[in-house]
Design a binder for this molecule. Structure first.
Ligand code: ADP
Ligand code: ZN
Length: 611
């Protein structure tokens, strides 16, 4: 061992010295210890759960080189930048490197100057992989960490054939312990990982999938732009992702946001690789605040301070929703996930799946589960957690629109439901949600008068009710099976047998409640989750913003994303405790030794000036 790699005695030391952390997240210690003992392991934790640290920290204690398999070059670079900034000797070896750079990495490997080496799977098991692996074997590999291990499985969402061959490495590297990490929790994927890698009496840990720092909201889609502005108003200068279901909508919304003076960029598969790269970079480097994107944007987005994720349109399953919304709040601080949806989204999916021949029982079931989430009027954290097979231990989450009291039960919902249903009947089940809403509100339009609908007995029955509310009722009645939409390009609302029965017999649905967004009262502040209130407690906000600026400028000079310098958690704690000496700075959560020395002074200076 060269003296440049100090031998520390414990995981606690390693965490404090390099990362400035004094505690472990759930399951981290357990898995780190398995690695230290050379026992195979599989860790399933949601995005942001802290998986990376589980293999990074033990790499500092076990002799030899830790090899990390990672599917994306951008992901590798990100992690290596972060490790180097913390004083950890890490490198990556991939096709993006020049020949010179590759040679230098190999030399460092041979001279045992690095602790962690990130590689793509094809480096190890593809053409020429044997020679590379031999080099590694000669220097001594301490263990193999397989990141994003669901890529092994065809049942996962990012299948990568080379991942399946990683098990072969056991031949070339006998006795090697393997450790797999993923955020995909399904049993099938898990079993696949264990069998493909040939994990032996492995420690299997599946953590909780609840993300208590995320605040979930669902809004009935109506005037999307206004709804978006409401969300943005809660997040001035903060980062967010807006997911749309079509490229056209991405382009239109991004252009509009720019007009509104927001730093927004579009991202979808129709842009050139170069454009996509530029926009992603701008977002990662905090030169853009908002990415408007299709789901093509996601994997490899490690910006940790994404404070909101809006879905303009429902995704096709809760698995997708969990994944996409999960990109918010990786740093553990408060973040908001808003689903803006209407029944039309689900219809669109059905039409699309059918066109592609993918409308199976399974895909329909997934859609229905997504629909159920959108129309539930119970705690959304509970709903998500239970969907993923966990028991939710709390009564209230304090971080969803339902628990925050943003929904209210409509007085006499049965009467409202019957008004809506009879309007659908009066327009002879030949019109869609928009027209039915117009008639119920009693609005005169060409479409209404040309059909004489202003003379219907249901015209104006809900004249005082806002459009969103009526749209919400239509969705809820659909979810309750009282209405359905015809398939096809121009869906019309149809009554189901249960819907017809309710028109005749108000007692036929004793359990039915309709909900609506609580109408804002004048001067009422937006509701905040407990996590949000707590994480801002005592924080000098202007100072926090100044520290962000300091961070941005350091990051710019060094050509790394700001979160590689410090996470927001750390900046908030600085803006709370206002350390003015290097010793005090070292006490701040997330300030390790190297960073304190390396980038600490400008932060201390900014804090002193602000006093
Ligand atoms: P994952 O790989 O599971 O998505 P990451 O490894 O990226 O999650 O970790 C998410 C965030 O949590 C990172 O910002 C990381 O620095 C932070 N983190 C991880 N472990 C700890 C810990 N023990 N204490 C504080 N922060 C942690
Ligand atoms: Zn809740």
């Amino acid at each position: 061992m060269t003296p440049s790699l100090p031998v520390l005695s414990s995981l606690d030391d390693v965490l404090a010295r390099y990362w400035g952390y004094s505690t472990f997240r759930p399951h981290q210690r357990e898995v780190m210890e398995a690695i230290l003992q050379g026992r195979d392991s599989l860790l399933v934790l949601p995005t942001g759960g802290g998986k990376s640290l589980c293999f990074q920290a033990p790499a500092m204690l076990r002799p030899g080189l830790a090899v990390v398999v990672s599917p994306l070059i951008s992901l590798m670079k990100d992690q290596v930048d972060g490790l180097n900034a913390s004083g950890v000797a890490a490198a990556c070896y991939n096709s993006a490197l020049s020949d010179d750079a590759k040679r230098e990495v190999l030399r460092n490997v041979r001279e045992r100057r690095i602790r962690l080496l990130y590689v793509a799977p094809e480096r190890l098991v593809g053409d020429g992989g044997e020679r590379f692996v031999r080099t590694l074997a000669e220097t001594g590999v301490s263990f193999l960490a397989v990141d994003e291990a669901h890529c092994i499985s065809q049942w996962g969402h990012d299948f990568r054939p080379e991942y399946r061959r990683l098990g072969q490495l056991r031949g070339a590297l006998p006795g090697l312990s393997m450790h797999a990490f993923t955020a995909t929790a399904t049993g099938r994927v898990r079993d696949d990982i264990v069998s493909q890698l040939g994990l032996q009496s492995a420690l299997e840990v599946v953590g909780s999938f609840d993300r208590p720092n995320l605040l979930y909201r669902v809004l009935a889609r109506d005037q999307l732009k206004k709804q978006l502005l409401d969300v943005l108003a809660r997040h001035g200068g903060e980062a967010g992702i807006v997911y749309c279901t079509s490229r056209r909508e991405v382009d239109a919304l991004a252009a509009w946001l720019v007009q509104e003076g927001r730093r927004a960029v579009p991202y979808h598969a129709g842009l050139t690789t170069e454009q996509r790269q530029r926009h992603q970079d701008a977002f990662l480097k905090e030169q853009a605040d908002i990415v408007v994107a299709t789901v093509a944007f996601g994997m490899g987005i490690h910006r940790s301070n994404v404070r909101f994720v809006v879905h303009a349109g429902a995704p096709q399953s809760l698995e997708h929703y969990q994944q996409e919304s999960g990109r918010a709040g990786r740093d553990g601080l408060e973040a908001e996930c808003v689903l803006i949806t209407s029944a039309a989204d689900f219809l669109k999916w059905r039409v699309m799946l059918e066109r592609n021949g993918e409308l199976t029982d399974a895909s329909q079931g997934l859609l229905r589960d997504m629909e159920r989430y959108a129309s539930t009027t119970r705690c959304r954290h509970r709903h998500l957690v239970q969907y993923f097979g966990e028991v939710y231990g709390r009564d209230e989450c304090g971080a969803c629109d339902v628990c925050l009291g943003e929904l209210e039960i409509v007085d006499d919902g049965i009467t409202v439901a019957r008004k809506v249903l009879s309007c659908v009947a009066r327009v002879e089940q030949r019109f869609g949600a928009a027209h039915v809403t117009t008639v119920l509100r009693g609005q005169v339009s060409e479409a209404v008068t040309s059909r004489g609908h202003e003379r219907l007995s249901t015209f104006g029955l809900l004249a005082q009710t806002p459009v969103t509310e009526i749209r919400g009722y239509l969705d809820q009645l659909t979810a309750h099976g009282l209405l359905r939409q015809s398939p096809g390009e121009y869906p019309v609302l149809l009554l189901t047998p249960a819907g017809r029965l309710l028109m005749r017999d108000p007692a036929s649905q004793p359990e039915l409640h309709l909900y609506r967004q609580r109408r804002p009262t004048r001067g009422s502040a937006p509701r905040r989750s407990q996590v949000e209130t707590e994480s801002w407690a005592g924080v000098d906000r202007p100072l926090f913003e100044q520290l962000r600026e300091v961070r941005r400028s350091i990051a710019r000079t060094r050509g790394v994303p700001p979160y590689v310098i410090f996470h927001d958690t750390t900046l908030r704690e600085m803006a709370r405790l206002r350390p003015t000496t290097p010793a005090a700075l070292r006490e701040i959560y997330g300030v390790g030794q190297r960073k304190a020395e390396d980038v600490g002074p400008p932060f201390l200076e900014a804090i002193r000036e602000a006093l």
